[in-house]
Design a protein around this ligand. Structure first.
Ligand SMILES: [Fe+2]
Ligand SMILES: [Fe+2]
Length: 252
């Protein structure tokens, strides 16, 4: 089973570089499934039904989310109704949407799970207990986890906690691709952060002057997606049977 996972798509620059390069990626890697984190796809903040459609039309099969999942209220009904979009499973049960979904490809079931870390993020349910519960109550041939977290330690802890129990643990949220992609000892494919897909000359996708100003003045600052200059696409290719994880990075 071959999968491409694309890191946090940020605004129209992220959608543009995705559109421009997805055919070449499909040609090169021949994935059975393409997953993307879409939490920043609508102007950097959340996702709308229209933009979700655009991502599906571009060739994305499953969209995962993160801490920006609630930024666009018009997404809430879609989170309830569209099995192709998932949000972190460790939000309270009362929240709209679901934290995992299953797709069947060539008679094989692939379970995709979205979880949020707790370090420097909202105080949600324990992601370790949450995934234990999901794994205890579902069955599948392959399991891919998008662990949306800030702290490298928390993401590594999740990787080792799930080693041998899931096919892949892929970190998202920090928007910077880490160089630690590897196969863990019991066969789980791992990377601390897949990186982002969007503007290349900003800071995590945002106009750099706005972020620098905030660091210097400590005052509130409005962040805008950088709309000019080169873009970057970051992701990983996974061969779940061959136990291969390969980083993808395109800049243009
Ligand atoms: Fe993000
Ligand atoms: Fe995030």
């Amino acid at each position: 089973m071959k999968v491409i996972f694309i890191g946090d798509i940020v605004g129209s620059p992220g959608r543009k570089i995705l559109r421009e390069n997805i055919s070449a990626l499909v040609e090169e890697y021949k994935p059975d499934l393409i997953i993307a984190n879409g939490e920043n796809a609508a102007g950097g903040k959340g996702l709308t039904p229209k933009i979700a459609d655009e991502l599906f039309e571009s060739g994305i099969d499953i969209i995962t989310m993160g801490n920006h999942v609630w930024d666009k209220k018009e997404l809430y009904p879609l989170l309830e109704n569209d099995l192709r979009i998932i949000r972190p499973a460790n939000y309270p049960d009362i929240c709209p949407g679901k934290g995992f979904t299953t797709v069947t490809i060539n008679n094989k079931k692939i379970l995709i799970i979205n979880l949020s870390g707790l370090v420097y993020l909202d105080n949600l349910n324990c992601p370790f207990k949450t995934i234990d519960n999901i794994l205890a109550t579902t069955s599948s041939d392959y399991i891919i986890v998008d662990f949306h977290g800030e702290a490298t330690s928390e993401k590594l802890a999740m990787g080792w906690y799930l080693d041998g129990r899931v096919s892949a643990v892929l970190g998202t949220h920090t928007h910077v691709q880490t160089a630690d992609f590897r196969v863990l000892n019991k066969g789980t494919l791992y990377i601390t952060d897949v990186g982002m897909t969007g503007p290349y000359d900003g800071i995590l996708g945002v106009e750099k002057e706005e972020v620098i100003k905030k660091f210097i003045t400590k005052m509130p600052s409005k962040f805008s997606v950088l709309e000019k200059g080169p873009n970057q696409l970051n992701g990983v290719f996974l061969d779940l049977d061959g136990k291969i994880i390969t980083p993808i990075k395109i800049i243009n």
